[in-house]
Structures are given as structure tokens and as C-alpha cells.
Design a binder for this molecule. Structure first.
Ligand SMILES: [Zn+2]
Length: 347
């Protein structure tokens, strides 16, 4: 289930540095994704990045990953406005993730296809963490991309005749697609049945589908477990650090005016829609999306009309963080599980 199977000698150890450099550049691009995609802005127009504060187009000295932010001490060179540390954090994080993946799949083993698939998946998940954390949404296009990375990875495994290509006699990405969708959808359903509230955002279900498609069922389920642990630990920390100060301006489901939990009909219809990938097809066939979900495909989010849809737990960022951990530490995590099973006498 991991890095062990490469028999070819990989690259020398120090080359992880290339992984870091590529990752930090991808991180720089992810900053553009995180800002533009949820706002419905084009990724290609305008071509050059601009300062969100003074709109001045940015040049090379502003855009060197990590170093620019440090050299400019987190301020815009043109207007002096503060640049959020998030920009550097995304570059640093993506660099570190790519370095880890490089080390495991190109140095310890040699599996370039897996390195690419997992790098694309973890980059997408980084974008999701930051978009969802800031805006409480996950754009359909980003979730669709994650799922399609999994499908492409599975096709590659088939083409190269590898045994991981199938799980339970069906394509592994399809098995993971189903397991991921159903697992998080069930939480939505139980939350609705037991508490009369929306326990999960629909974006979380679509993300879980993508996580399943990329990681396949076993590792996807492990990532959900990690997400629950991360959610419990970080959630408690957040409460401790923030105290009660910020809770007032956060909409809680009961306070939101006209809050009406989702109907069961809609829960079942949406779940089936996500299983069938209607939201993904809907990116190209908006008519199909409208007919199935009874609403407009998202046209990008509008800061003026922005309203947080109340859910019990903002679980999305944790789900994404758990999946990132399961992606970059897949080998080590599974050997931990194995050692535990031996220790507990299960094996
Ligand atoms: Zn500026």
C-alpha cells in the first residue's frame, strides 16, 4: 500500500530540495486559486497577480515564493498594505508537502506517477483548507478537480497493470468515491435525524468523495479518522486560545434568522446527485445541474451578499487536513497501524 514496492533505485536524497522548490511555486499559484476561484474570478485574466489592496500589478520581485514575503516584511511594495502571512504559509506548506512526497516516491522508492497524483491531490486539498477556513465554502470546480485526479490515477494504475487498480473487484477510485460520499453523507443524515440540524456542509460530502477517489477506501477512511482527531484537538485549542471573544459574531444555527434544516428529500436527492457526479457534469452542463439540484450552479461568491450557511461543525478544513496527512504520510501511517495490530495480537 505504499512506497515499499518500488524496486528501481530512486533519486539521491538531497533532491527533495527540488520537491520543495516546485511545491513553493505551486503554492504561489494556489494563493491565486484561493483568492480568485471562490470569488468567481478568472484564473487567467488578469494574467499578472495584483495587490488586493492597491490593485497594482505585481512583478517578479513581489512574487518569488516565500522570499518576497520575507524580504518585503509582509507589506506591499507599492502601497505598504499588509500582505496576509497566509500567502507565505501556503507556499511554505505546499513546499514541505511536495518535499515529503518527493522523498517517499522518488528517493525511497521510484513511483513518479504516484508522486504526481499525490502532489496534485495535496495541492488541491491545501487550496480547500484555506478557502473553506476563510469563506466556509468549497467551490464545486475544486472538488471536481480532486475527484478527477483520483480517476486519472486509477486509469494509470490499470494501464500499468498494478494490483492497487481494483478494490473489491471494482476500480479503486470508484470504491473510494462511493465510500467517501456515503460516509460523510451519513453524518449529514444522522445529524439531521438526531439533532434536526445540518451537521455537514454539502461541500464536505463532495470533498470526501474526491478524497476517496484519490486515496481509495482504506486510506480515505483513515484520513476521516485523522480529521476527527484533528478536529477535536484543534477545536479545543481554538476555543481555549480565542476565549469567548469571537463567538458573538459567529452565526450559530439557532440564531440565524429563518433557519430551516434541510428536508430529507433534498438530502437524499443531493447525496444521489453527488454519487452520480451530477455536480461535476454540471460544470459543463448547467442545465442538468439546475434540473437535478433545483438551484443555479454557483456563479462565484459575492462578498456583499455573503452569508454563512450554518452547520454544526465547520468540519471541512479538518477533513482536508486529515486527507493531506494521509496523503503525505500514507506509508508511515499504515506501518504504524500494522505495528499496532502486531502489538495487540491481532496479526
Ligand atoms: Zn498594494
Amino acid at each position: 500500500m505504499g512506497a515499499e514496492q518500488g524496486s528501481v533505485v530512486g533519486f539521491p536524497g538531497w533532491t527533495w530540495l527540488f520537491g520543495f522548490l516546485i511545491g513553493s511555486c505551486i503554492g504561489s499559484f494556489l494563493n491565486v486559486v484561493v483568492y480568485r476561484v471562490p470569488r468567481g474570478l478568472s484564473l487567467s485574466e488578469p494574467k499578472s497577480s495584483f495587490c488586493p489592496s492597491c490593485r497594482h500589478p505585481l512583478g517578479v520581485p513581489d512574487l518569488v515564493p516565500i522570499l518576497s514575503w520575507l524580504a518585503l516584511r509582509g507589506r506591499c511594495r507599492h502601497c505598504g498594505a499588509r500582505i496576509h502571512p497566509r500567502y507565505m504559509l501556503v507556499e511554505l506548506l505546499t513546499g514541505a508537502l511536495f518535499a515529503l512526497l518527493w522523498h517517499q516516491h522518488l528517493v525511497q522508492a521510484f513511483d513518479p506517477a504516484k508522486a504526481v497524483a499525490y502532489a496534485l491531490a495535496s495541492a488541491t486539498l491545501v487550496a480547500i483548507v484555506f478557502i473553506d477556513f476563510e469563506l466556509y465554502i468549497i467551490p464545486d470546480s475544486v472538488n471536481a478537480f480532486l475527484a478527477l485526479v483520483g480517476v486519472a490515477w486509477n486509469v494509470w494504475l490499470y494501464a500499468s497493470g498494478r494490483p492497487e487498480a481494483t478494490t473489491w473487484g471494482i476500480p479503486s477510485a470508484l470504491a473510494g468515491w462511493i465510500v467517501g460520499t456515503v460516509a460523510i453523507w451519513l453524518i449529514l443524515l444522522f445529524g439531521r435525524a438526531l439533532f434536526g440540524k445540518d451537521a455537514m456542509g454539502h461541500g464536505d460530502i463532495k470533498m470526501a468523495r474526491g478524497i476517496g477517489a484519490v486515496l481509495f477506501p482504506a486510506s480515505a477512511l483513515m484520513s476521516f479518522g485523522l480529521a476527527v482527531v484533528a478536529g477535536a484537538v484543534l477545536g479545543a485549542l481554538q476555543v481555549l486560545l480565542r476565549g469567548r471573544g469571537r463567538e458573538d459574531d459567529e452565526a450559530s444555527p439557532e440564531d440565524a434568522a429563518g433557519y430551516e434544516p434541510e428536508s430529507y428529500a433534498s438530502i437524499f436527492r443531493s447525496g444521489l446527485g453527488y454519487l452520480l457526479g451530477i455536480d461535476i457534469l454540471g460544470l459543463f452542463l448547467p442545465g442538468l445541474y439546475r434540473r437535478w439540484f433545483g438551484e443555479e450552479p454557483e456563479a462565484g461568491f459575492d462578498e456583499e451578499e455573503f452569508q454563512v450557511e450554518p452547520t454544526m461543525i465547520p468540519f471541512g478544513p479538518y477533513l482536508a487536513l486529515g486527507a493531506i496527512a494521509a496523503t503525505v504520510f500514507q506509508g508511515p501511517l499504515w506501518s504504524l497501524v500494522e505495528r499496532y495490530q502486531v502489538w495487540a495480537g491481532l496479526k
